[in-house]
Ligand binder design. Structure first.
Ligand code: IMP
Ligand code: MG
Length: 170
């Protein structure tokens, strides 16, 4: 069992997620929104965010794998695409953490090809010091330093996703 230290506790996370939901509601007025969650890491953050929205939001998911070789863009493979059409709709990609930016750069281009009305990004966490590809991130829960974090959806070899806080492994 690895030692897990608390980086962001449950109360702080919940408060920040409430704020993000309020901000998103304000920005979109009464326009319809589709959340596209990136499996599996985004599921807990996405459900908390969705529960805080005072309106109906559609929810869809993508599953992608990225293999970081020597290329700056890495290789991203889509294991599962979204199920429903997003044509003419306002899409918000929901991610657990943005590290190099490779995954979301690929996902963003992929979704834009489906002719949505708009695409924005919300991420629970961001590690700005690790960015390889420049990416415009619209909503960020917390910017953190370069630590390997787990919990609230994030895993270490598929473990710790269900921790109700963000922790880091020493
Ligand atoms: P990117 O393509 O480098 O931005 O990679 C983002 C993905 O890497 C995230 O969706 C996570 O699955 C994974 N990841 C990056 N940093 C961490 C971390 O600290 N803990 C757990 N997973 C991470
Ligand atoms: Mg992920």
């Amino acid at each position: 069992m690895n030692e897990i230290n608390v980086l962001i506790n449950k109360a702080k996370l919940e408060k920040r997620i409430e704020e993000l939901a309020k901000q998103i509601e304000k920005d979109y007025k009464d326009e319809e929104i589709v959340f596209v969650g990136i499996l599996k890491g985004s599921v807990i953050f996405m459900s908390e965010l969705a529960k805080n929205m005072k309106r109906s939001v559609e929810m869809d998911f993508m599953d992608v794998s990225s293999y970081h070789g020597t290329e700056s863009t890495g290789n991203v493979i889509i294991n599962k695409d979204i199920r429903n059409s997003i044509e003419g709709k306002n899409v918000i990609i929901v991610e657990d953490i943005i590290d190099t930016g490779r995954t979301l750069t690929y996902v963003l281009e992929h979704l834009k090809q489906k002719n949505p009305k708009s695409v924005k990004i919300v991420t629970m966490l961001s590690k700005p010091s690790r960015r390889v590809l420049e990416l415009n991130v619209d909503y960020i829960g917390f910017s953190i330093e370069d630590k390997f974090v787990v919990g609230y959806g994030l895993d270490y070899n598929e473990k710790y996703r269900n921790l109700p806080y963000i922790g880091y492994i020493e």
